[in-house]
Write a protein that binds this ligand. Sequence first.
Ligand SMILES: Cc1cc2nc3c(=O)[nH]c(=O)nc-3n(C[C@H](O)[C@H](O)[C@H](O)COP(=O)(O)OP(=O)(O)OC[C@H]3O[C@@H](n4cnc5c(N)ncnc54)[C@H](O)[C@@H]3O)c2cc1C
Ligand SMILES: NC(=O)c1ccc[n+]([C@@H]2O[C@H](COP(=O)([O-])OP(=O)(O)OC[C@H]3O[C@@H](n4cnc5c(N)ncnc54)[C@H](O)[C@@H]3O)[C@@H](O)[C@H]2O)c1
Length: 485
Amino acid sequence: MSAHEKSVVIVGGGPGGYEAALPAAHLGAKVTVVEREGLGGAAVLTDCVPSKALIATADFMDRFSAAERIGVHFEDAPSDQGVTAHLSEINTRIMNLAAAQSQDIRDKLVTAGVEVIKGAGHIVGPGVVEVATGVPSVESGEEPAPSSQERAGATRELTADVILIATGARPRVLDSAIPDGERILTWQQIYALPDLPEHLIVIGSGVTGAELAHAYLGLGCRVTLVSSRERVLPGEDQDAATVLEEVFRSRGMEVLNRSRAGGVVRDGDSVVVSLEDGREVRGSHALLAVGSIPNTQDMGLEEAGVTLSDSGHIVVDRVSRTSVPGIYASGDCTGVLPLASVAAMQGRIAIAHALGDAVAPLNLGRVSSNIFTDPEIATVGVSQADVDSGKVDARSVMLPLTGNPRAKMQNTKHGFVKIFARNGSDTILGGVVVAPRASELIFPLTLAVANRLNVDQFASTFTVYPSMSGSIAEAARQLHTTLGG
Ligand SMILES: Cc1cc2nc3c(=O)[nH]c(=O)nc-3n(C[C@H](O)[C@H](O)[C@H](O)COP(=O)(O)OP(=O)(O)OC[C@H]3O[C@@H](n4cnc5c(N)ncnc54)[C@H](O)[C@@H]3O)c2cc1C
Ligand SMILES: NC(=O)c1ccc[n+]([C@@H]2O[C@H](COP(=O)([O-])OP(=O)(O)OC[C@H]3O[C@@H](n4cnc5c(N)ncnc54)[C@H](O)[C@@H]3O)[C@@H](O)[C@H]2O)c1
């Protein structure tokens, strides 16, 4: 059967789903996307896009206070420059931006000939998806409400040669800290806040917690970060995490290390976070950032024979196949690496494999990612932990940015570049950039990793003077092996 004769049903319209629908339609398949909330998924509507827009606003505000450090003053302005965040205005802008992006995605899919059905998908068996079209939605405005025929209980059965599950994940909450949407919040509820919290307690110092703690601090909020581990960002490069924690503290954030939250309760207009060691932290709001749960329950997956891991994630191989032929899965519901870029790549790989197009299995060694704090932390390829544990035979050079002329001009005080090169071949295997706009600076290293460039090829490439990328080339130069060295 050629791709033209195949039908594809995708359950979930986030990056793991919609990014797969486009190549599937391009290859000529009949494609249907089933989405219960809104196209773009949590990535666009509540997680990635809104948080990055909030951080962009906070970074913008931060530039006003940074201005006086390079001799720029606002005449007659108070010492804090009088810059104030109007949170409801900021939130409205962010939600409009997310809704517009969701609409753009919908338009793109419809133009490509993809059918979009609003509803919740349930796997009846290989090749059959039942859609409950009368599902209530928490998201509004992006798609037409179900028609009178699509009232609660209405269903539609779809048959498909290929099913792709891309149902994402949702915030994990603690039994002892139930979000109320007012003062005890998940990261998906913060955009309904009318005013800036007086004192926000962020629980969890993974990427989500660190980014949102940074955002609210930048907006002018008092922030306490409750970190259960030795240091913030436990899963990241420890040199980078140390820099960020120092910056957080120097800007007035209270970071509580080795502090595990046991629960959160409301007390009038306050919240009280009790730590497992008996201490209490009182604030005006608490934000739970303690990880995610995959959306894989009660949708017929196990009954259809799809293997789930103990954590509830769908087990997939490197071409996104599940344990059932014809059923593929992509994105956060697989737990492979919860990034929008990886979700999209897994979805595209699934389609290429299912429809007989050329396919290269997923290679996590080439994934670049970024933590949108100030400084940003961008990484690609192997990590320091891989090298330290002996998993990878490599050496590294770490170069602080304090010596970089562009950094001095821009008053950049914190950050470094680090490159890992394989011993013997000198191939660049990975890197870390801690700098403003590290998300942009990581690209040359990503290109080097993807194309197996060695340190000499990298170092002999021209960089602009003065530029931050000059430090990346300099780090590569320092990794040059001298004759006999
Ligand atoms: C706060 C935060 C910030 C982030 N920032 C970034 C970032 O900057 N860069 C980055 O790369 N990643 C970021 N991520 C990670 C990124 O958001 C996820 O990796 C990405 O959303 C995964 O895409 P997905 O398609 O798997 O799932 P989602 O985006 O969660 O989409 C899944 C969709 O499936 C729908 N669905 C679920 N069940 C059903 C069903 N039964 N029937 C129909 N539809 C269903 C849901 O409604 C949802 O719309 C961030 C995550 C968080 C929490
Ligand atoms: N910029 C980005 O690309 C971006 C942004 C956000 C999330 N993400 C993706 O999502 C993934 C998950 O990140 P995350 O931060 O949402 O989850 P996470 O699971 O990585 O971090 C949650 C943290 O909360 C801590 N924790 C759990 N229970 C706690 C408690 N009771 N008290 C205090 N701390 C507690 C955990 O130890 C952990 O460090 C990331 O690894 C990344 O792949 C990416």
